[in-house]
Design a binder for this molecule. Structure first.
Ligand SMILES: Nc1nc2c(ncn2[C@@H]2O[C@H](COP(=O)(O)OP(=O)(O)OP(=O)(O)O)[C@@H](O)[C@H]2O)c(=O)[nH]1
Length: 378
C-alpha cells in the first residue's frame, strides 16, 4: 500500500527502445505531432549512438524539455548520466524551473540492453523514490527485426524485456512476414502487448499509459536476466557516484560479462565504455563532406552504399544542410534500405557541412563513408 501511494506520487518513466533504425525517434516525433498537448509536461531523455545528433534535430520541435546523453550508452557506463539527468529534472521540477513534469520518456540507443536501465530505475534509491518505471516500449522493424533478433543479443533483450512492442514498417513488408514476426515475438514474450505502429499511434493514451513494470509477466528469461543484473550490481557497482548502499565501486567493464568495446572508425580503436560480448564486430565512424556537396549526389551515393553493403550496414545517418531553396535533409538507412530523405526545418544548430555516420557489422565504417564520399564528390 505504501509503495502504491508512493508510486502515485512518483513521475512515470517510459523507456522507448528498439534496435538501430527500428523507428524509435520517428515514433516519439509522431506521438508529439499528434498530441502537442503532451509536450509541455514531458521531458525527453535522448541517448544516441553515433555522433550526428540527428535525433535531437528531429525531436527538437517535439518537446520543450530535452536532455541529450551523448557520450555513450545509458545501459552501461552512462547509467550515472541517466541518474544525473533524472535527478536534474527532479530538482528543476522541485524548484519550479519546470512547471509540470507529468512523465519522462527515455529514448535508448539502438544497442542498449534494457536490463541495466530497468535495474537502475528500480534500485537507485534517489531515483526510485521520485521516478517509477511505467513502461518499456520496444520498436521492432517488420522488415529487419527477425534477422536482428537472430544476430544481435541486444535486439533479443529489447523484445524480451518490453511490456509493449510496436511493430514498425509493416508498410514495407507483406502480411505473411509480419504475421510470422508477431508469432515469434509472442513466443519470446507472452506478456507484452504487441501492436502495429499505426494502431499504436491511433491510441496514444493507451500506448504511453503508465503501468507498473512487472518482470514476472515477461517469462523466465526476462526474470533471469533481471536477477542476473541485480546480482551483478550487488557484487560490484560501476558508478563511483552511485549512492546504493553496500555497492563496491570499481570499473564497470567486466560486470556484465561484456568484454570488448565498440570500435570507432577514426583510425584507432576507441573505447566508448559500452561493452557487449558480440560487439567487437560493430563499429561506427563519422565524416563530413565539403560544404556545398549537392544533396542529390549524396543521396544517390548513400543508396549505392546501402545496396552494396546490405546487412553489413547496420545504420547510416546523415544531416545534409539546406541547398538554395531546398530544406536541410535527414538521411536514414538500415541495411540495404535507404529511406526517403526527410526534410528538416532550417535550424541554426544543424552542421554547415554534410555530416554522415555509419554503424557497420564486420566492416570498416570509415572505409564505407570514404566510398560514399568518393562517389558523391566524383
Ligand atoms: N516506411 C516506414 N519507415 C519508417 C517507419 N518507422 C520509421 N521509419 C523510417 O526509418 C528510419 C529510421 O527511423 P528512426 O526513427 O530514426 O529509427 P531509430 O530507431 O530512432 O534509429 P536509431 O536512433 O539509429 O536507433 C527513418 O527514415 C524513418 O522515417 C515505418 O513504420 N514505415
Amino acid at each position: 500500500m505504501a509503495d502504491r501511494i508512493m508510486a502515485e506520487r512518483r513521475i512515470p518513466v517510459l523507456v522507448i527502445t528498439g534496435f538501430l533504425g527500428a523507428g524509435k525517434t520517428s515514433l516519439i516525433a509522431d506521438i508529439f505531432r499528434r498530441r502537442p498537448d503532451l509536450a509541455p509536461a514531458t521531458a525527453l531523455v535522448v541517448n544516441e549512438f553515433g555522433e550526428t545528433g540527428i535525433d535531437h534535430a528531429l525531436l527538437r520541435a517535439a518537446s520543450e524539455r530535452q536532455v541529450a546523453i551523448d557520450a555513450g550508452c545509458i545501459c552501461c557506463t552512462m547509467r550515472s548520466d541517466l541518474t544525473d539527468a533524472l535527478m536534474r529534472l527532479h530538482l528543476d521540477h522541485a524548484r519550479g524551473v519546470v512547471d509540470r513534469l507529468d512523465r519522462v520518456i527515455i529514448e535508448t540507443t539502438g544497442l542498449a540492453d534494457p536490463a541495466p536501465i530497468i535495474h537502475t530505475l528500480a534500485a537507485h534509491p534517489l531515483v526510485a523514490a521520485r521516478f517509477a518505471l511505467s513502461g518499456i516500449i520496444a520498436c521492432i522493424d517488420a522488415e529487419h527485426g527477425a534477422g536482428q533478433i537472430d544476430r544481435h543479443e541486444e535486439a533479443l533483450r529489447q523484445v524480451v524485456l518490453a511490456d509493449r512492442i510496436v511493430i514498425t514498417k509493416t508498410d514495407l513488408t507483406d502480411i505473411a512476414a509480419t504475421t510470422a514476426l508477431v508469432a515469434r515475438i509472442a513466443a519470446l514474450n507472452a506478456g507484452a502487448r504487441i501492436m502495429d505502429r499505426r494502431a499504436a499511434l491511433d491510441a496514444i493514451d493507451r500506448l504511453i499509459s503508465p503501468l507498473p513494470y512487472a518482470p514476472d509477466a515477461h517469462g523466465d528469461t526476462a526474470r533471469a536476466w533481471l536477477a542476473a543484473e541485480a546480482a551483478a550490481n550487488r557484487m560490484a557497482c560501476a558508478d563511483g557516484r552511485c549512492a546504493v548502499p553496500g555497492h563496491r565501486h570499481h570499473h564497470h567493464d567486466h560486470e556484465h560479462g561484456h568484454d570488448q568495446g565498440y570500435r570507432h572508425g577514426h583510425g584507432h580503436d576507441h573505447d566508448h565504455g559500452h561493452h557487449h560480448a558480440a560487439d567487437a564486430r560493430i563499429a561506427t565512424a563519422m565524416r563530413t563532406l565539403p560544404a556545398g556537396t549537392p544533396q542529390d549526389r549524396i543521396v544517390r551515393a548513400a543508396e549505392h552504399l546501402a545496396a552494396a553493403m546490405g546487412s553489413g550496414l547496420l545504420r547510416l545517418k546523415g544531416l545534409l544542410p539546406a541547398e538554395g531553396e531546398r530544406p536541410p535533409l535527414a538521411l536514414h538507412g538500415v541495411q540495404h534500405r535507404l529511406y526517403p530523405p526527410m526534410p528538416l526545418n532550417a535550424d541554426a544548430s544543424l552542421p554547415d557541412k554534410p555530416t554522415l555516420v555509419a554503424i557497420t557489422l564486420d566492416a570498416d565504417p570509415a572505409a564505407a563513408l570514404n566510398r560514399l564520399a568518393r562517389e558523391a564528390l566524383s
